[in-house]
Design a protein around this ligand. Structure first.
Ligand SMILES: [Cu+2]
Length: 166
């Protein structure tokens, strides 16, 4: 079979880019452990309190093991419920020590919101009816701003918080 020179070049280019992309995906999935944020876990947005993680008393930061934390958050227009301070007032800050592993679990009771911790690799879409989870290691200290990056309405800019890594 005779292949024209240009045909050969395009074949090599096509197969080469296919192989390259498979290597990139394989590296991300198996070496870096990247996976979709949601494991298609559903929740009734009208009754999120029925889920143990999103009962009002379980919102916010919990230390589950040495250096391991879970943060349960409810997003709604136009607020992140990040739990309460010791005096019972709503908090806007999550405080964790440097190097800790933090699992963020978040859902919404109304519309689509975003949940990004700027300067970290935490960036999720939060959809009504679903639970978004992402676990990360807080390698750097500092104050990281939580922002909503899905336009959710007139008070969109009011949705913020801080992750303080000390
Ligand atoms: Cu928003």
């Amino acid at each position: 079979m005779h292949l024209h020179k240009y045909e050969k070049i395009w074949l090599v280019f096509g197969l080469g880019s296919l192989a390259l992309f498979l290597v990139v995906i394989g590296f991300a999935a198996f070496w870096k452990g990247t996976h979709p944020q949601s494991h298609i876990e559903t929740i009734d947005p009208q009754n999120i309190e029925a889920n143990e993680s999103f009962k009002p008393e379980n919102l916010g930061l919990t230390e589950v093991a040495d250096g391991k934390y879970v943060v349960n958050i409810v997003a709604s227009a136009f607020n992140y419920d990040l739990g309460k301070e010791e005096d019972g007032s709503p908090t806007k800050t999550i405080r964790v020590p440097k190097g800790s592993t933090v699992l963020f679990q978040i859902t919404t009771r109304d519309v689509v919101h975003g949940f990004q911790v700027a300067g970290t690799n935490v960036n999720m879409m939060v959809e009504p009816g679903h639970i978004s989870r992402y676990e990360t290691v807080m390698k750097n200290d500092g104050d990281f701003t939580i922002v909503c990056n899905e336009y959710c309405g007139i008070g969109h800019h009011l949705m913020f918080g801080t992750v303080e890594v000390y």
